[in-house]
Design a protein around this ligand. Structure first.
Ligand code: F6R
Length: 611
């Protein structure tokens, strides 16, 4: 979703901002813009890619030591030059960029129109900007004061950066519900919606909290709350380097991230899982182990791929810990009146740690006394900070819009948590625990083996790329994998794809089966295998095309399937971390074969910071 960059200091701001916007492109956007202060406020914006903006600015004087830049993912008003940010206030004095949604903008707009304001765009941002400027003019107060007064009146989510034509050094920034990171350089400051535009300049950052305003000058960073009380900036060190956010020789981030999985899963297990001695160390989980073990139920909340990881975790936790688990879409959970008892345990899963629905669902559950455990990839993110405890997935920055390595790392963390809790609870016998620890430790190597099938899967992608629809079927632990395979294919290749429990297929989706329909079976050797094979027979009987992900040594399935992808054996509890990998590759190669920009699929955003 929208990306935000700001700079104030001795460097030329434009190159820093432009590079920063390019680093944020992965978040998904449809227009971009920049405002520079240099003997006046200069605003440039353009529909399309950052490169389109850059092209229109060639030859222009882009000098200036302070500026703000934005990539917009349209919410209010279609993507066009007019609605792109930055916006300029009617007085011409202030420019602003905004990520988020102002829910009461219509009322504020009406009031401003009544006062004689006119609007050039359809955005809520221009309304908030003029609201701030109107307060500044009316109260004859500094901009910082006007921002504070305005933000106390708005309902919604925002991260804003504001610059003032009369103050050539200061950026005023504020956030609620949308992320903001400030990088601290020597006599300079960098602002962005995540650390990727900042990392090459400094590793010292401050994550701004909700309801905080930052007054940022080259030599000064002042943090205040909306009550005008000074806050102490908490400086943290970024634990990532530039290579983590570059393609490193791969054609796409998505492919790089799929191929990183042996390392990312290993990194996730490292320091936590000692399979030889049967030890698992997860301090965040341990802190609440008693409460989790004794919980009446666990509710997992997440969206998209993270929700699929939650579904796998449901099977794993129920099996190993015998605690009932419910898996909820965060967006549904937050709007009904969920029944939460004090002591219920909520596990929130999120790659970005900024997903608005998940964040609000957490707040809601917290208010009702639940314990929140966050399984999060982005260090220092809002969900990580809103949780009581939890575990980072340590998969490194995920830039490709389609989530891949974050999913397998989420599964690794959740499996470790279930193993340690099951053992402590006594629902998991030590022998099985030791076996599963070893099975988990072996996953990175087995993923490496699967990645060697890349060219075979690429050929399969060529064969099936023109399909109009696809079905993905699996049972048990592999049912969520089927859902994830379908999600990956549809978001990257725009082929309509559905995931189902293989047995459920008979209750409707089987009507879709024709000779043209590819049906992907996740059919690895597990306790459901024979049943899955029967479901495969049912598809073959109707002449559907079967592509099966199977386990080495399986001699039956190849006689039924049109195409097979053979992966190493693994215990069913850990198998999803393997069986999903060929499906990620399949989606990737189909997307590429169809000529699509797989890192930035249409309409999608990496970090969904609006509801
Ligand atoms: C799919 C995908 C999305 C995210 C979802 C949740 O490939 O990336 O479905 O999984 O938007 O995002 P996080 O995990 O950041 O909360």
């Amino acid at each position: 979703m929208c990306g935000i960059v700001g700079y104030t200091g001795p460097r030329q701001a434009y190159p820093v901002i432009l590079k920063g916007l390019k680093r944020l492109e992965y978040r998904g956007y449809d227009s971009s813009g920049v405002a520079l202060l240099n003997g006046g406020l200069h605003v440039y914006k353009k529909k399309g890619k950052v490169a389109d903006l850059e092209e229109t600015l060639v030859g222009k004087n882009m000098e200036g030591h302070i500026g703000i830049g934005h990539t917009r993912w349209a919410t209010h008003g279609e993507p066009n030059d007019r609605n792109a940010h930055p916006h300029l206030s009617q007085s011409g004095r202030i420019a602003m960029i905004h990520n988020g949604i102002i829910e009461n903008y219509a009322q504020i707009k009406q009031d401003l129109i009544a006062k004689g304001y006119t609007f050039k765009s359809d955005t809520d941002t221009e309304v908030l900007l003029n609201f701030i400027d109107d307060i500044r003019i009316k109260n004859e107060c500094p901009l910082e004061e006007a921002v504070r007064i305005a933000l106390r009146r708005v309902v919604g989510a925002y991260c804003i950066l504001v610059i003032d034509n009369e103050d050539p050094e200061t950026i005023i920034a504020a956030r609620k519900g949308s992320p903001l990171v400030i990088g601290i350089g020597k006599g300079e400051h960098f602002l962005a919606s995540d650390a990727s535009p900042i990392i090459e300049y400094t590793k010292e950052v401050v994550y701004v909290n909700d309801y905080e305003i930052a007054i940022v000058r080259p030599d000064e960073l002042i943090l205040k709350n909306l009550g005008n009380e000074k806050q102490t900036p908490f400086i943290t060190k970024l634990d990532m380097d530039l290579t983590a956010i570059e393609k490193g020789g791969y054609d796409h981030f998505m492919l790089k991230e799929i191929f990183e999985q042996p390392h990312t899963i290993y990194d996730c297990l490292r320091g936590r899982l000692d399979a030889e001695n049967g030890n698992i160390t997860m301090s965040g989980i341990q802190k609440y182990a008693e409460q989790i073990i004794n919980a009446n139920r666990i509710i997992i909340i997440a969206c998209g791929t993270s929700w699929h990881a939650g579904l796998v975790a449901e099977y794993v936790i129920e099996e190993l810990c015998r605690i009932p688990v419910e898996v909820e879409y965060a967006s549904e959970f937050r709007y009904r009146n969920p029944i939460i008892h004090k002591g219920d345990v909520i596990i929130a899963i999120s790659q970005s740690g900024e997903t608005a629905d998940t964040l609000v669902a957490i707040e809601k559950a917290k208010e009702q006394g639940a314990i929140i455990l966050g399984i999060v990839n982005a260090v220092g993110s809002s969900i990580a900070r809103a949780s009581h405890a939890g575990a980072y997935t340590h998969a490194g920055p995920e830039i490709g819009v389609a989530s891949t390595k974050a999913f397998t790392a989420q599964l690794a963390v959740l499996t470790m948590a279930a193993l340690t809790l099951g053992l402590q609870k006594g629902t998991l016998e030590r022998d099985k625990y030791l076996l599963l620890c070893k099975e988990l430790a072996a996953i990175p190597e087995k993923v490496d083996v699967i990645l060697k099938l890349d060219s075979q899967i690429k050929a399969l992608a060529e064969k099936y790329k023109d399909a109009a629809d696809a079905l993905f079927l699996g049972r048990g632990y592999n049912f969520p994998v089927a859902l994830e395979g379908a999600l990956k294919l549809k978001e990257i290749s725009y082929i309509h794809a559905e995931g189902y429990p293989a047995a459920e297929m008979k209750h409707g989706p089987i009507a879709l089966v024709t000779e043209q329909l590819p049906v992907v079976f996740v059919a690895t050797k597990d306790s459901y295998h024979e049943k899955v094979v029967s479901n495969m027979q049912e598809i073959k009987a109707r002449k559907g095309k079967v592509i099966a992900v199977i386990t080495e040594g399986d001699t039956v399935t190849p006689t039924l399937a049109d195409d097979i992808i053979v992966i190493p054996p693994a215990h069913e509890v850990v198998a999803p971390m393997l069986s999903v990998v060929p499906l990620q590759l399949l989606a990737y190669h189909v997307g590429v074969a169809k000529g699509y920009d797989v890192d930035k699929p249409r309409n999608l955003a990496k970090s969904v910071t609006v509801e």
